[in-house]
Design a protein around this ligand. Structure first.
Ligand code: SF4
Length: 235
């Protein structure tokens, strides 16, 4: 093989890798697309007493239910207004979040702050949490058993916060909560029903950093979100 053929082959590999990554981000592994999701069953031992959000944080912060407790630096509970009308749910802590114990503090977090500012909201007004409270090694996708074990914590956070709208950031949280494999581009653009709460899906800020072309769709989602927020909160 000549040098130029070799370089061409590497270029094709790089393009293919990028394409596959893009398809995964969009969630192209569709099976069905539900519109109404009841609260998933919670085992008796996982029903929590209704305390304050901070008491609940203290109660679960040393969780060792799954193996991610062995590799985490910090447990990442969530941040924001405990009485927020709008709850954002991401995937799992990344490296920066694991180090600081707060969700969305790295580059993706900065972009999320800008997205909030674009619809005249701040981090202090909303609440931000993740599907998983501990970082998966090498920022890999959360495994189904990890989601299963961690999800009761998030569901109880939702019960305590009682938001009027939930916005899932990225396909992982959207698919996990809506219990679907429908691709992100089919889930976005409409409100779903999650436990009686309006549920919107948009891109994860990390995906927006990788693929600028999604930004215009994310902007549409944000405007849609703000309109419904105004309607439900009388803003
Ligand atoms: S990821 Fe969730 S279930 Fe697993 S150890 Fe952390 S808090 Fe516990």
């Amino acid at each position: 093989m000549t040098n130029s053929e070799y370089e061409k082959m590497l270029e094709v590999f790089a393009l293919t890798k990028n394409f596959i990554r893009q398809q995964i981000d969009l969630g192209f592994n569709e099976v069905y697309n539900p519109v109404k999701t009841k609260k998933p069953p919670v085992k008796k031992e996982e029903r929590f007493i209704n305390t304050s959000l901070e008491d609940f944080h203290q109660q679960i912060k040393n969780c060792k239910k799954c193996h991610l407790c062995k590799t985490r630096t910090n447990f990442v509970f969530g941040v924001g207004n405990p009485e927020a009308e709008l709850l954002f749910i991401g995937e799992a802590p990344g490296r920066d979040e694991d180090l600081l114990g707060e969700p969305f503090v790295g580059a993706a977090g900065k972009l999320l702050d800008k997205m909030l500012a674009a619809i005249q909201l701040s981090r202090e007004e909303v609440y931000i949490a993740n599907i998983l409270k501990c970082r998966p090694p090498e920022n890999r996708d959360p495994a189904p058993d990890e989601i299963e074990m961690c999800q009761p914590y998030l569901l109880h956070q939702i019960e305590l916060i009682q938001p009027k709208i939930i916005c899932a950031l990225g396909r992982i949280s959207a698919q996990a909560l809506l219990r679907t494999k429908s691709p992100l581009n089919q889930l976005r653009g409409k409100f779903h029903d999650f436990m009686g709460i309006k549920f919107l899906v948009t891109y994860h800020p990390a995906a927006l950093l990788r693929y600028q072309t999604y930004k215009k769709f994310a902007w549409e989602d944000l405007q849609f979100l703000r309109k419904e927020y105004d309607k439900l909160t009388g803003s």
